[in-house]
Write a protein that binds this ligand. Structure first.
Ligand code: NAD
Length: 256
């Protein structure tokens, strides 16, 4: 029988080099801090570099990287640049995302494409560039995609956002299947309603308050509610046999 590993070692990410996209606020900033606190070296990427520089002051293991994920042609070069501070990347957290739009009939021209460019095309391009380098090195490596409960359902979400997050879930499965033999694990976190810049105003509005009443746990989540799932999926020691999975963290919302 394999020896039992204590939790502190199971989730020790020393030796891991992570790239977290959309790390200038919300979940991404939290992910960067949690990974760094567990020994990973982290390249925190986003467009608002001054915020990343602030984040980098919180931990010596965090370095900023200017990145607009919608610049698809730049993705291979940006993955290479991200390997500058700490060496080859072993973990990619595709977190950058936008939510916009409402009803399909009201969506202005171009908005659907904008949501898909950020939430889907960018995940594809960055993952592809990351995987090519990881395959050349022989792995191991991991990708964590940030999906959503609206990967599974539509509910009252803006349709374009729900479509994009469904694509993230299927992309997670397709990449997991293709890259398992290369020792690259690809999993997703599917959060419910979590307080952040994206959701803050909405959750405080009457519509948002009504939605929170429908959450079985009767509260919105905090970014810290995702810490354990992030560490589980990031650690090859803890989840080495998990790939193509999506972990729902939503206070029971999908059940209601
Ligand atoms: P947020 O708005 O605080 O964070 C999104 C981040 O992505 C920001 O830092 C933003 O600057 C960045 N970003 C957007 N477009 C970018 C681009 N073109 N290039 C680089 N960075 C870009 O919101 P959040 O809630 O922290 O969202 C993080 C992820 O979690 C998103 O993918 C979102 O869809 C997903 N998510 C959030 C919730 C929630 O309730 N907060 C629920 C499910 C899924």
């Amino acid at each position: 029988m394999a020896p039992v590993i204590a939790a502190a070692q199971l989730f020790d990410l020393s030796g891991e080099v992570a790239l977290v996209t959309g790390a200038s606020s919300g979940l991404g900033a939290r992910f960067a801090e949690v990974l760094a606190a567990h020994g990973a070296r982290v390249v925190a990427a986003a467009r608002r570099v001054e915020r990343l520089e602030m984040l980098a002051t919180s931990h010596p293991n965090i370095r900023p990287l200017a990145l607009d994920v919608t610049d698809l042609a730049a993705a291979p070069g940006k993955i290479e640049e991200a390997e500058g501070p700490f060496g080859p990347l072993t973990l990619l957290v595709n977190n950058a995302g936008i939510a916009s739009g409402g009803r399909i009939v009201d969506t202005p021209p171009g908005e659907f494409r904008q949501v898909m460019a950020t939430n889907v095309d960018a995940v594809w391009a960055l993952s592809q560039a990351f995987a090519r380098r990881a395959i050349a090195r022989g792995g191991p490596a991991a990708i964590i995609n940030i999906a959503s409960i609206v990967s599974y359902t539509v509910a009252s979400a803006p349709a374009s956002y729900a479509v994009s997050k469904a694509a993230v879930l299927q992309m997670t499965r397709a990449m997991a299947l293709e890259w398992a033999r290369h020792r690259i694990r690809v999993n997703a976190i599917a959060p419910g309603y979590i307080g952040s810049e994206m959701t803050g105003d909405y959750l405080k509005s009457p519509a948002g308050e009504a939605v929170i009443k429908r959450v079985p746990q009767r509260r919105a989540g905090d970014a810290s509610d995702l810490d354990g799932t992030l560490l589980l999926l990031a650690s090859n020691k803890a989840s080495g046999f998990m790939t193509g999975s999506s972990v729902v963290v939503d206070g029971g919302m999908l059940l209601s």
